[in-house]
Design a protein around this ligand. Sequence first.
Ligand SMILES: Cc1cc2nc3c(=O)[nH]c(=O)nc-3n(C[C@H](O)[C@H](O)[C@H](O)COP(=O)(O)OP(=O)(O)OC[C@H]3O[C@@H](n4cnc5c(N)ncnc54)[C@H](O)[C@@H]3O)c2cc1C
Length: 228
Amino acid sequence: MPALLDPVLELLTVRGTVTEAEQITARMRRLRIEDEQLAGLEVLPGQQVRVLVGGLTLRTYSIWRYDPSGGLELCVLDHAAGGPGAQWGRTVAPGDQVRLRRPEGTFTLRPDAARHLFVGEETASVAFGAMLAALPGEAVVSGCVETATAADRLPLAGGDRLDWVLRGETSLPDAVRRLAPEPGGIAYVAGEAREVQAVRRVLVQEAGWDRRAVLTKPFWTPGRKGMD
Ligand SMILES: Cc1cc2nc3c(=O)[nH]c(=O)nc-3n(C[C@H](O)[C@H](O)[C@H](O)COP(=O)(O)OP(=O)(O)OC[C@H]3O[C@@H](n4cnc5c(N)ncnc54)[C@H](O)[C@@H]3O)c2cc1C
């Protein structure tokens, strides 16, 4: 990276060191990044960071856990098409330096909602994990999470209250139809862009949800690189 860019990067990003890298599911690694620059940030459950995954290439990852004393955890999927983000997530190791932008995003928990519905796939389940962990035990939670195999399921707080479906057996829109969630709460729908739209249509057009109560966030789409 040209030295000329260093002051710009200093301004736009924070530095961190990878301190832990653990295989958390069959194809996902949990990465812990620590630095005093990461201490005391304002992080809302569901927010994400943009990480420099090689040269000046940025990829976006939801914050799985945040420790205000200066630790932040991500879970990165090693998907078959394997772009620079997947390559970084697969190879980064404790001791490696990372640059990332500060937490951002509005796909966040609405803590006051009467009910919470989570719908998405592997990558979306990282944000869901942060949101579920922030909810009190008595919160009314339901949802559908689709994964390629059972070994791809992230251990989510309250994950036993979600319907886990396998890709190819049931589509997410069909899983939502089967669940038939009543309107009246907030729906968080994320993951592959076309599936997000299809689930939104089921909720709004078939199940009668107010479109403002359905929060959507496309995380990736086939053939497109590095969405954010
Ligand atoms: C708000 C937000 C939060 C996100 N949070 C996470 C997260 O917590 N964990 C995480 O792993 N990813 C997350 N993503 C997705 C992530 O930013 C990257 O898109 C992903 O890592 C792919 O980057 P890449 O460089 O490997 O592939 P790219 O170069 O971006 O894409 C190459 C091709 O790979 C294919 N592809 C990309 N992603 C997938 C996938 N998941 N499954 C199958 N094929 C795929 C597509 O065909 C794409 O055209 C998030 C995205 C957004 C916008």
